[in-house]
Design a protein around this ligand. Structure first.
Ligand SMILES: Cc1cc2nc3c(=O)[nH]c(=O)nc-3n(C[C@H](O)[C@H](O)[C@H](O)COP(=O)(O)OP(=O)(O)OC[C@H]3O[C@@H](n4cnc5c(N)ncnc54)[C@H](O)[C@@H]3O)c2cc1C
Length: 247
């Protein structure tokens, strides 16, 4: 891609052994909360570019991305080592349709994330528009171990700011942690434990479901939702499911 913006890392925050957030200063014009950008580094004479969702919302001075190290990947081990002042290329425009302007009118918004897929939902939850549109929002955030649950302070703050209209349901699949569901999102939809903790029902009359992260979760959950009469949202045929697959 031609004409990269010159970005500069301002902060590298390590959440756990393999999870990191980078804050980046770059003159990106604008974006819609929930969208992703592309960033690139020159590695061994080659430009390596990958998409990353923005965690920051519009109006914040710096861009923020949240990622995990993929040991065999070329880019993430390098991103994890970046320090304030390091240069990073940023594409001049944002992309993606995991945004609330794509969601048809409904009362309840469900956001289901695996791992770093929580990032775009935080960007949306930090925006004012989402609180003007939906009566209740559920954030289901699935990780393997409790130390992978990142941004918990921000999530608590969002709950406090929005008078319990945000139901936060953490899923920790490989540990027994009080206050979280200790199974996969799919199992908790099947046995209704997700809806019990969320305090509302997941149905085709009231709900729209956004999903982000691992493609296996997205495919399996989509199947369960279709069995409840929900369908993929298309511009020409409004539905109930919007997704973004990371891998
Ligand atoms: C639209 C879009 C937005 C994305 N946003 C994010 C984001 O915000 N945060 C983020 O962490 N990743 C995100 N990704 C994935 C990201 O672009 C990279 O693929 C990932 O960070 C690994 O980069 P890499 O160069 O190290 O390895 P790659 O060469 O990209 O991947 C190496 C292998 O690892 C797999 N892989 C990719 N991501 C993961 C992962 N998270 N866990 C395990 N295996 C993986 C790939 O499918 C591939 O088989 C996004 C992908 C897409 C398509």
């Amino acid at each position: 891609m031609a004409d990269w913006l010159e970005g500069r890392v301002t902060r590298n925050h390590q959440w756990s052994e393999r999870l990191f957030s980078l804050r980046i200063e770059a003159p990106l014009d604008t974006f819609i909360p929930g969208q992703f950008i592309r960033v690139a580094l020159d590695i061994d004479g080659e430009e390596v570019a990958r998409p990353y969702s923005l965690v920051n919302t519009t109006g914040e001075a710096e861009l923020e991305i949240f990622f995990n190290i993929v040991a065999e990947g070329p880019l993430t081990p390098r991103l994890a080592r970046m320090q304030p002042g390091d240069a990073i290329k940023v594409a001049p425009r944002s992309f993606g349709f995991l945004t609330i302007d794509q969601v048809p009118e409904c009362r309840h918004l469900w956001m289901l994330a695996t791992g770093t897929g929580v990032g775009p939902f935080l960007s949306i939850l930090k925006s004012e528009q989402v609180w003007q549109r939906f009566e209740k929002i559920v954030l289901g955030y699935s990780v393997r171990t409790a130390d992978e649950l990142s941004y918990l302070d921000l999530i608590k703050q969002l709950q406090a700011d929005n008078q319990s209209r945000l139901a936060f349901v953490p899923f920790v699949t490989r540990e027994q942690i009080p206050g979280s569901i200790n199974s996969r999102i799919t199992e908790a939809i099947r046995d209704d434990s997700f809806e019990k903790l969320a305090g509302i029902s997941l149905n085709s009359d009231d709900s729209h479901v956004m999903m982000c992260g691992n493609s296996a979760m997205i495919t399996e959950v989509s199947g369960l939702l279709e069995a409840r009469g929900m369908r993929k949202h298309l511009r020409r045929e409004p539905g109930h499911i919007t997704t973004e697959k990371y891998h």
